[in-house]
Design a protein around this ligand. Sequence first.
Ligand code: ZN
Length: 182
Amino acid sequence: MKHTIIQTGDPTLRQLAKELTIAEIHSEEIQHLIEVMHETMHEAPGVGLAAPQIGKSLQLIVIEDREEYLQNFSEAQLKRRQRVPLPFQVIINPKITIELGDTVEFYEGCLSVEGFVGLVPRALNVKVECLNECAEPVTINATGWYARILQHEIDHLQGTLCIDRMNMQTFTTLENYHNYWK
Ligand code: ZN
């Protein structure tokens, strides 16, 4: 049931995505779309996926950072990134607020810019107000890698890609990232 992930250059990735109504969130169509997005993200694999990345210009995001993904990193790397496992979650119609605190730079990639990464500065702390898959209001106070994922995915709903925020001198193929920069 997984879906193709569209790549940079597709106009859908540059559109402002449409908000979902409460009735739409409860609809079979959207509940099915959430399942498809969950599977697509898992199979990619990725830690987040926004609906525009599968060609649906909707304010809908899924996030999940599995324990098994963290095993590729040393404890020091995880600590520096403030990266911890995140349970599967659905974020709809998000409003993001950048909170006081530092901006941090790490290599970041995107399933819609396949095969490349680069250094992207992101706020360390954000607050996100949104709805979940049951259309219930949720407030998320996130820090570290979780805050980075939220900023990256919410950017997708505004038609912004990580390459827009990237220090382009650091733009590299994944292969060269592993060879020289990891
Ligand atoms: Zn992305």
